[in-house]
Write a protein that binds this ligand. Sequence first.
Ligand code: AMP
Length: 190
Amino acid sequence: MKYFILFGPPGAGKGTQAGDMVKRYSLCHLSTGELLRHEIALGTPLGLQAKALIDAGNLVPDSVVEGMIQQRFESASGIEGFLLDGFPRTLEQAEALDQMLAARGEKVTGVISLMIPDALVHERIAHRALIEGRADDARDEIVQNRIATYHAKTEPLIRFYHQAGLYHEIDGTGSVEQVRERVFSTMDKL
Ligand code: AMP
């Protein structure tokens, strides 16, 4: 099984690229953000716990997302691997992922990192707010907090995966098609 991590700041285009990636490489798409939004829509206790944190642009507890990922790993069948989108987002989550995979005799295949400057993050999220109507995209102070959280808690993962020889950075600027070509040419080699 292959375990790809789709990495990048909010608005980098992870969700946009993920669909084509999972089709081409027969992967199961696991977006912790989407899974959490689904729990909120269903009104589950987990969703209720997560909603206030997400709406404020904060991360939900590591244990919550780790549990969701673990559960999906256990129930997967008929796929070549997983595309983890928005997970891991902290060093603790990255270490937990390594442990979950080691317990299955597996390891991370590679990290595909879509990089765009902060100015473009604002532009892309403002555009997405009009299309998808996500509460956490709508207010500028929430978006600012998500970007700050990315820099403080998630960006340290770049060093972590770089040191492990797993980090592949891709220029996330340009058209959807241009970025897709860059992603495919990297993933074809992994
Ligand atoms: P996303 O759709 O990836 O932008 O995620 C939306 C929100 O869900 C984030 O701002 C966090 O509040 C929460 N979230 C998603 N993935 C994680 C994660 N791996 N760890 C903690 N919180 C997460």
